[in-house]
Design a protein. Structure first.
Length: 387
């Protein structure tokens, strides 16, 4: 039976959860990136090897790179995009030379994952990440003041957003902006003005165009990845739907099958994120895993609880709407049948117990994730025994 590899996302030396802490969680692999490198710039071999050595000095291994970010000009296929692709290839060569094998990225325009609240209180007092359409509309219509923003929402949501906007204090509105534009810890924060400017670059880019740009990008890099033995893993859109008037192209099985079929190279694969994909009620996760099979190169494991309006909070890893037993069973069947390891990364956790008294990266505090990791690991071991 193949060894189970639990991995842990670490944001680098400034992460309040240290490598020494991670050793005690049961995780054996690290998922990280050189977050200090500006988006699009080359990751040098020296920087990569230095980070790798640091991780290994704690008895851990750097299993997955998450993420080598795609420059916006590649996504929009404009400006200096050819040069950014060359730089991307250079980073891939350096990563392969240093012995890295799995590379995660996403093709979400402008923003990475988007939430409207980072401290939604659960009945047990722990805090969860939350996405609410009315709050997104408050941000979009009244703070960002995006042209035609109202057309992106139902009349009911617009009405509710108007009411909520009047009730919010300036401080609450600032907080909402900060949350929507939160981004990745350790990376440059953006302002409302720069977001407006970045969004405007997508004015004439429809879903079809964005898809074509992704396919073009993959055609440029996958032959190199095949040769270097790198596995690419595209992360789904989070949430898996169009937001802020932006097209999104990694939301469901049709999108994922399109991506793997359009570029059949073996390196072209998926990061199966149960939390992102699980926020779309039409996504049947175990069925999706069966269909994607060995194109799954990496997994993020977490759960969500949705309401009928499409809002959702991140639930306990084994709570919520996703049938984690059924998804994990399908994933473990694949994992037993592929030559390479598939890393499992218990994703986001609640802020709980001592986490609540510390400054932590929302979703990435230690104890909440430790609970998730322990529960998932136990469930996986049980499934493996019964396979
Ligand atoms: C959120 C994460 C994402 C993910 C990137 C991958 O917590 O899952 O930020 O790392 O989208 O490129």
């Amino acid at each position: 039976m193949k060894e189970l590899r639990q991995t842990w996302r670490w944001f680098g030396p400034d992460d309040p959860v240290t490598l020494q802490d991670i050793r005690q969680t049961g995780a054996v692999g690290i998922v990280t990136a050189l977050h200090q490198v500006p988006h699009g710039e080359v990751w040098t071999y020296e920087d990569i090897i230095q980070r790798k050595n640091l991780i290994e000095s704690y008895g851990l291994t750097w299993d997955v790179v998450e993420s080598v970010t795609i420059h916006e000009e590649i996504k929009t296929k404009s400006g200096d995009y050819s040069n950014w692709i060359e730089k991307y290839k250079e980073s891939l060569r350096n990563l392969a030379k240093a012995g890295l094998r799995v590379i995660t990225y996403n093709f979400m325009p402008v923003n990475d994952w988007t939430r409207t609240q980072l401290d939604y209180t659960m009945p047990d007092g722990s805090k969860a990440l939350y996405f609410n359409w009315i709050d997104l509309a408050v941000f979009d219509i009244f703070i960002l003041q995006r042209k035609n923003a109202r057309q992106s929402y139902s009349n009911e949501i617009v009405l509710q957003a108007e009411i909520k906007f009047k009730q919010y204090t300036q401080e609450e509105l600032d907080q909402l902006s900060g949350v929507v534009m939160f981004g990745i810890p350790g990376e440059k924060k953006i302002t409302v003005e720069s977001m407006r400017e970045k969004l405007s670059r997508y004015d004439n880019i429809k879903q079809e165009d964005l898809r074509n740009n992704l396919v073009y990008f993959l055609q440029q890099i996958t032959p190199l990845c095949d040769e270097l033995n790198l596995d690419l893993a595209i992360h789904p859109d989070d949430p898996p739907c169009d937001i802020l008037g932006l097209p999104r192209i990694v939301k469901n099985i049709e999108d994922l099958e399109f991506i793997v079929n359009a570029v059949p190279n073996k390196s072209n694969g998926i990061c199966f994120c149960t939390g992102s994909l699980g926020a779309n009620p039409d996504n049947n996760l175990p069925e999706m895993v069966k269909k994607l099979g060995t194109r799954i190169h990496f997994t993020h494991l977490r759960n969500v609880k949705k309401d009928p309006e499409g809002n959702f909070y991140e639930d306990d890893h084994l709570g919520g709407d996703n049938d984690m037993y059924a998804v994990l069973k399908e994933l473990l069947i694949i994992q037993q049948n592929v030559p390479n390891q598939i890393s499992f990364r218990p994703d986001h956790g609640h802020q709980m117990i001592d986490d609540l008294k510390k400054v932590t990266n929302p979703g990435y505090s230690c104890i909440g994730r430790l609970r998730g990791l322990a529960e998932i690991r136990g469930l996986q071991l049980g499934i493996l025994r019964s396979l």
